[in-house]
Every structure is written in C-alpha cells, then in structure tokens.
Design a protein around this ligand. Structure first.
Ligand code: NAD
Length: 393
C-alpha cells in the first residue's frame, strides 16, 4: 500500500508543540508533512519554525489554508475557539488535554477558591457541547490527545480486557510530581482549575476509557461514569506549609491535590489521585483490579532501566527521567520516556485514523465525559465530597 501524505500544522510553540513535533517524526504509517506553525508568540513561532525547517504563519487562518490537520498545543483556555475554527474549515483537529473548561468570569480578581462551581460545570459543558456540534457539522474530526489512552501498558490492558471479557471492579491511579513548569498553570483562569483538571484528567480518562472497552467487549455497550465524589486541597498555599525548596509553590488560585472517586453505571469504581506535592520524579501509574486478573501499569517511573550515578556532575548532559530532583544515586532512568508515555503510539494511531479511517480510541466523546466528570468532581469538592451525578455524552 502506498503511504498517504498528510499536511499538518502546529498551533502553539511551547512544551507540547515540541513533543508533538517529535512524535510526528516517528509516525511510520503515513507521510506527515509538517507545513508550519502558528502561535500567538510570533518570535517563538519563528524560532520554532527555523529550528525545524518549517514555515511560521502569521495567523491561524493562513495556516488552516495550507493543511488538513492542526495540532492544538495551546493553553486550555484557547482550545475551544481554535478547535472549532479548525472543524469549521473541515480539518482534523488534534486537541491536547483537557478538551476545554471553565475559565472564570473575566474579572481581574477572579479566584477559583471563591468561584461558583455549579456555574463552572454548566459553562464547561456548554463549551463541550459547542465543540461536539462543530464536529458533527464538520467533515473533519476531533482527535483527543490523551496520551494515557495510548500508553503501551494501557493498550496492553485493553487487549487483556477484550480477550478475557474480564470485569473491572476497581481502577486506581495517580499522576503527580513536584510542580508544572508552565507559568499559565498557576492560574485557573488559563487552565480551568488546578491538578484536578490538569493532572487527574490523565488517569481518569484512562479509567473511563478502559470501562468503555470492557463494556463494548462484553455486550457492545460502553460502561460510563454515573457519579463522582471528590476532595481538593491547596497544600502549598496553606499558611502552615513548610517550604524546604523542592516543590513549586507560587500558584495563584489552583488546587495542588485532588482525589476523585467515580462510580460507574454498573456500580464498579475508580479512584484517582493527582498532586503537585510529590518528590522523586513524575509518578504516573494505573492499577486495574478485575474479577479475573490484576494489572499494574507503571507508566513513569518504571524499571525498564535503572542507573546508579555516584556523582551528580557525571550525568550533567544526560536526561534521566521527568522532574527528577537529582541525578545522583539510583534512578529509574527512562530509555525512551515518550514511548512509555504513549506520545508516539498516539500520533501513529491518529494519523492512521486521518489517512485511512481506522477506528479512533481517544475521541471527542471520551474527552467530553472526562470534562463532565472533572467539573462534577469540582462541584463535589465544593460540597466537601458529596456525590454529584455525571452527565455523559
Ligand atoms: N499530554 C501531555 O502530557 C501534556 C503535557 C504538557 C502540556 N499539555 C497540554 O498542552 C497544552 C499546552 O501546554 P504547553 O505546556 O505546551 O504550554 P506552553 O506554555 O509551553 O505553550 C503554549 C503555547 O501556546 C501559545 N498560545 C497561547 N495562546 C494562544 C492562542 N490563542 N493562539 C495561538 N497560540 C497561543 C503560546 O504562545 C505558547 O507557544 C495544554 O492544554 C496542556 O494541558 C499536555
């Protein structure tokens, strides 16, 4: 079969735009031609383009004129308008997580601690619905860049569920580290909340995905979330927080710890933790307790490779593993972090859907259910953990 060539554009030129480009270079099922980049930061876009031998565009519209696909690698507050514009122009839209959210009331003193969480839920769902409507009216499609769905360990669990017909009784998981690099991340008005949306979305969406897989494998119908209970905390904003200097602590109004407990329509459960208060490198794992097996997905760290370094300076030029505070001593050095994280598999799968119409694992409906669960969880946390029903799509 001759490989199709797909013309692609990147929107944004920061952290995620970088790993998207690197993952695109590993796609083998199609020829991906990255035509160019557009970013609000024109100087940044020029530098990004120059380093990669692509064009920097002056507007989203001019980029859309030249491509079949756009990658939405911008802060969450800009996901909806850019995705809708792409879909309106019948493009495929690869949208980073979270799909969308609630970004405050526009006032300069907006503060998430005081925000009306019922309004946040309503506003986020209205945004979700506008995106779904735009997709429905489009010849393009939204591909939701939730890399945990494509992490090899999670895809192996999909295979186990499909082949054994197991019932997942409890999923638990976590995404945590010592604090995001992003300036925007400190403000709920740019990110839609704190760790509950920014980090918990990963293990949560993987859990929602696996329950869908389970239901489809057994009787053709996905199992969906029914209700959620949650607590959130802002540990590094506590007056009692003792700062030893290893955690980021300049968050303006976001939660830096969250615990979400989901009940599914079949009565089974998932519990997800997310935080910015964990030292020792990124901590991303998912455990599946089924009636016929148990699986632990160690996304990061894992023991595929371990190194012992007696002196910090020896590894000065060596990348070890994400967010590790020190390179001295033993480390779970990752031989290919992006592979374990699912970035490469995600892009390969997306471009097979785009070029050949292959089925899509991480779609807009999964993204919509994730947003609905997340903002229902924020409402629950506001009610100190009372269960809140989840609307599904
Ligand atoms: N899947 C993952 O593992 C992962 C990791 C990090 C970030 N993300 C997601 O990626 C997205 C971007 O995060 P990031 O870390 O790349 O941020 P970043 O700050 O590094 O980069 C954001 C880029 O978007 C540009 N931008 C901002 N508003 C824009 C607009 N309206 N139009 C065009 N360009 C605009 C900025 O100039 C910047 O180049 C977020 O949704 C985040 O949640 C995902």
């Amino acid at each position: 079969m001759t490989k199709k060539t797909v013309r692609t554009g990147i929107v944004g030129c920061g952290f995620s735009a970088t790993f998207h480009f690197e993952a695109l270079e590993r796609v083998y099922g199609t020829n991906v031609e990255v035509v160019g980049v557009y970013s609000k930061d024109a100087a940044g876009a020029n530098a990004y383009a120059e380093q990669r031998g692509i064009r920097a565009f002056e507007s989203l519209e001019s980029l859309l004129d030249e491509v079949e696909v756009i990658h939405v690698c911008v802060p969450p507050v800009a996901h909806e308008p850019i995705s809708i514009e792409g879909l309106r122009r019948d493009k495929f839209v690869v949208c980073e997580k979270p799909l969308t959210g609630y970004f405050g009331d526009g006032s300069p003193d907006f503060h998430w601690d005081r925000a009306d969480k019922q309004l946040a839920l309503r506003t986020a769902l209205a945004s979700v619905e506008r995106i779904l409507e735009a997709e429905h009216a489009s010849r393009g499609r939204l591909l939701y860049a939730e890399n945990w769905v494509y992490a090899p360990a999670v895809q192996k669990e999909r295979e186990i569920l499909e082949k054994t017909g197991g019932q997942v009784l409890w999923i638990h998981g976590e995404e945590a580290h010592s604090g995001s690099h992003s300036v925007d991340y400190a403000y709920s008005a740019r990110c839609g909340g704190g760790v509950l949306i920014g980090k918990a979305c990963h293990p949560l969406t993987a859990a929602l995905y696996l329950k869908r897989v389970e239901g489809r494998a057994r009787d053709g119908r996905p199992i969906r979330p029914r209700s959620v209970s949650a607590r959130t905390h802002a540990i590094t904003r506590l007056p009692t927080f003792r700062d030893a200097g290893h955690l980021r602590r300049d968050y303006y109004d976001i939660d830096d710890f969250s615990m979400i407990h989901v009940e599914f329509t079949d009565g089974t459960i998932a519990t997800v933790f997310a935080s910015d208060v964990v030292l020792g490198g990124i901590h991303n794992w998912l455990e599946v307790c089924a009636d016929n097996h148990r699986t632990i997905c160690n996304i990061n760290p894992n023991t595929a490779m371990q190194t012992y370094n007696p002196k910090e300076e020896y590894f000065r030029d060596v990348y070890v593993v994400e967010k590790i505070g020190t390179k001295q001593g033993w480390a779970c050095t990752s031989p290919d972090e992006d592979w374990f994280t699912g970035y490469h598999q995600e892009m390969e799968a997306f471009y097979r859907t785009i070029a050949y119409g292959e089925p899509l694992q991480s779609d807009s409906l999964l993204a919509a259910d994730a947003i609905s669960t997340i903002y229902s969880a924020y409402l629950s946390a506001d009610r100190r953990g009372a269960a809140v029903d989840v609307k599904t799509y």
